[in-house]
Structure formats: C-alpha cells, structure tokens
Design a binder for this molecule. Sequence first.
Ligand code: G16
Ligand code: MG
Length: 220
Amino acid sequence: MINAFLFDLDGVLVDTAGFHYQAWRRMANSLGFDFTHEFNETLKGVSRMDSLNRILDLGRVKLSEEQKLILAAQKNSWYLELVNQMTPADILPGVNAFLEQTKRAGIRTALGSVSKNAPLILERVGMTGLFDAVIDGTKITNSKPDPEVFLKGADELNVPAAQCIVFEDAVAGIEAAKRAGMFALGIGTPDVLTEADLVVPSLEHLTVAELLAAVDKAQG
Ligand code: G16
Ligand code: MG
C-alpha cells in the first residue's frame, strides 16, 4: 500500500541538474581543469561543500577552508544567475500532470532535496505550496546518500517508510531511498541508476495508476 510520494527536485521536477553542472564546470575551468559528464553523475544529490571537495580532489587542488567557502559562494552565485532566469516553463515534461493525478489519488507529497536553494527554485517555477511537506538543505545535516532527507519527509507526512515511493535522478538519491527502506523510482537510465527498483526516462510517459500497479507487482 503506497500513501506518499517523495520527490527529489533537481533533475526530477526541474532541470537544475544541468545548471549545477554548468556552474561547477565554470569553477573547475577557472582553476585550470575540467570534468566529464560521468563524473558529474557522482555529484548529483550531494551537498554543495561535499561536491566542492570531490571536484577539488579530482583536480588535485588543495585549499584552506576559507578559500573553499569563497569558491562555494562563487559557484552558487553563477548557479543562481541561471536559477533566476527560471519560469514555470522550466518544469520538466509530464510533472504537472503527474502531480495532479497524485493529488486526485489522495497520495501525500513531500519534496526531498538537499539543496539550500530549493525554496527559491519552487518560487521561480510557481510550485510553492504544492507539497504537503518540504524538506530542503536547510533542514538536514547529512546529504544523500544518507537517508535523512527522505526519513524526515515521511515523518512530516506521518507515513511509514514502506508506504513511500521516492522519485530520484541521482545515484546518491537512489541509495538514500533504499537505505530509508522505500521504493526507489529512478528517473533516467537503468545503466546509471542500477540500484533503483524501477527506472523510467521521465515522468512524461508514466501515470500514477501505472506506477502503483508496477509497485504492486514488484512487491508481490
Ligand atoms: C541538489 C543537487 C546537487 C547540489 C545539492 C546542493 O540536490 O543534486 O548537485 O550540490 O542539491 O544544492 P545547493 O548548492 O543549491 O544547496 P537534490 O537533492 O535536490 O538533487
Ligand atoms: Mg536530483
């Protein structure tokens, strides 16, 4: 029995995953190195400072904590230049229809994002107030793959973990969902999201009824 859907933000509801990639690459380039799309996959769902540390390790750049904070702020301001241009047209295909079906089915919803910018993004795309609970980077101490963000979401909704489906585009997010004891729906490709219970390319060609039927079948 499924009673709640927990949605990741970046890469599931809106395409800010591409904005993070652009801004981090701009920062790496300014330090004299670059990174690939494959490496970027390992950053998705990972907090700002953890992402920065991983990128600096890759480029073999050693900096003081103070210099790191300056770089993280620079990356965030480049990222926000892109976010501030967002409009409701930036909601990914199929998302609005899927959320309407979710409401009609009486399923509770939460946002589960480690981004500190999540409230701003929701506002830019006109989604503020749409979720029954919002867990963002200001409410958690551990970033994905730690399950904290999804456990807090389920807790605020008062729904047991086993009755939740997590919607995720990130390897770290799928791991967080599984560690939380939830069904993990991957948005992307099965070769990247290998630990997901089910993977679809986007929400565009999936209905709530189809998803619930697939979960029923998977759970026997
Ligand atoms: C997102 C992104 C990550 C980003 C993190 C922190 O997580 O996937 O790439 O580093 O948030 O974002 P910010 O710098 O805006 O606080 P999620 O959980 O929404 O996928
Ligand atoms: Mg994501």
